[in-house]
Design a protein around this ligand. Structure first.
Ligand code: UGA
Length: 429
């Protein structure tokens, strides 16, 4: 099929590339000319395992094309996906101005029937607005259908999630676009749910908020574990073996971050409020997430007492492992809070250091994770990178003035650490 994706951010670029990989002909549109040039040359602006090779392969096969012209993208394809940012507003709502702008651009370029698919995460009822906008601005008066097709990819696992989705959600207002949408996803061999547009939009917000709730739940349980000497990982393992619950997203730590959960929670709370429902449960999820950071900081100050003039080594800057994304990263927030208390920092992240540099200033960026501890008073683990588990603990222990580690992601075994001579503090254990 001929498909166009407008917006080459995380969702747009990975979706477009995976569509090309399964044999569709794809045009990716972005208004950032420099980005388009980079992509045309086979370079990619983000780190995502497996993506760069896939982009190169499909560009050279002629199935993946990049342009800065929305009109070209609209005219050459029958199905147009919108994958532009929907950033948060100060009041917790969502800035839908990029979506509205693209809807107008599509409307202006349409010369025949098009299926316009929203892939960006949007509040319920956005599809209705997109349809109204296209109708209003389409001078050619051609027919079209708006479809909601939310994306569930996780950063760091985006290619895998796209190629092997748990489910594909297709929200439609009529039967006309259903066959084409099914044909787009047929090569992925995933279960397809066809529903109305409002339900499809809600599935996305409800799913992300539920996952955030699961994390806050285990973080709240971790507080009780600490008060009783229980071990939150054992509790999570025992809970997770119940298939109705599942073990995933039950890892306690310093809280969730990133450009999805915090934003989607606020947006879902705001849209619920505007529809007359006070979603108190989700407000509590936010509150627990914020408290988790405070509790971890208190652990550090309770042990180190005064942070002024102390040097702390921090492992992890990205908002989670396998990504270079530092937006809304709990690790960055933690670093900034430690700096505010007067600590100086030596930091390392396997992928996130370049992007962290604009957010986190006046710190020593250290290329080798095993060198971070040098001259420090304590070591902090802030991101759940698997490779931190391979840290040379003996070298780090000797390099620190005192062998103290605050593990915000529970990467090490408390008993082992004690045996090795560490003062080791983790979360909920
Ligand atoms: C999330 C969802 O998992 C995706 O399904 C969704 O498509 C995406 O948002 C989106 O809306 O675009 P993502 O933000 O990439 O994906 O990252 P997650 O893997 O969900 O992790 C989010 C945060 O939760 C990270 O800070 C991570 O460290 C934290 N987390 C995750 C925990 O603290 N504990 C856990 O058990 C799991």
């Amino acid at each position: 099929m001929k498909l166009t994706i407008i917006g080459t951010g995380y969702v747009g670029l990975v979706t477009g590339t995976c569509f090309a990989e399964v044999g569709h002909t794809v045009i990716c549109v972005d208004n950032d000319e420099a980005k388009v040039k980079m992509l045309q040359g086979g370079g990619i602006p983000i780190y995502e395992p497996g993506l760069e090779e896939m982009v190169k392969r499909n560009v050279s096969a002629g199935r993946l094309n990049f342009t800065s012209s929305t009109a070209e993208g609209v005219q050459k394809s029958d199905v147009i996906f919108i994958a532009v940012p929907t950033p948060p507003l100060p009041d917790g709502g969502v800035d839908l101005s990029f979506i509205e702008r693209v809807a107008r651009d599509i409307a202006g370029a349409m010369t025949g029937y098009k299926i316009v698919v929203d892939k960006s995460t949007v509040p319920v009822k956005t599809g209705e607005k997109v349809a109204e906008t296209i109708k209003r601005y389409c001078k050619a008066r051609v027919e079209f259908d708006v479809v909601s097709n939310p994306e569930f990819l996780r950063e760091g696992f985006a290619v895998d999630d796209l190629m092997k989705p748990d489910r594909v959600v297709i929200g439609v207002g009529s039967q006309r676009p259903v066959a084409s949408m099914k044909a787009v996803y047929e090569p992925f061999k995933a279960p397809i749910i066809v529903t109305d547009i409002n339900s499809a939009e809600l599935i996305k917000h409800a799913a992300n908020s539920f996952l955030a709730l699961k994390i806050s739940y285990i973080n709240a349980v971790s507080v009780i574990c600490e008060a009783t000497g229980a071990n939150v990982q054992e509790v999570a393992n025992g809970m997770g073996m119940d298939e109705r619950i599942g073990r995933r997203f039950l890892n306690a730590g310093i809280g969730f971050g990133g450009s999805c959960f915090p934003k989607d929670l606020s947006a879902f709370i705001a849209i619920s409020q505007s529809l007359g429902y006070n979603f108190g449960l989700l407000k509590e999820v936010q509150k627990i997430n914020a408290q988790q950071m405070e509790r971890f900081l208190k652990k550090i100050t309770d042990t180190l007492w005064v942070l002024k003039d102390k040097k702390i080594g921090v492992l992890g800057l990205a908002f989670k492992q396998n990504t270079d994304d530092v937006r809304m990263s709990p690790a960055i927030e933690l670093c900034q809070r430690l700096q505010k208390e007067g600590a100086s920092l030596r930091v390392h992240d396997p992928k996130g250091m370049d992007k962290a540099k604009s957010l986190l200033k006046n710190v020593e960026y250290v290329e080798d994770m095993n060198a971070v501890a040098e001259g420090c008073d304590a070591l902090v683990v802030a991101t759940e990178w698997d490779e931190f588990k391979k840290l040379d603990l003996e070298r780090a222990r000797k390099a620190l003035t005192h062998p103290i580690m605050f593990d915000g992601r529970n990467l090490f075994d408390p008993e082992e650490m004690e045996k090795l001579g560490w003062i080791y503090k983790s979360v909920g254990r």
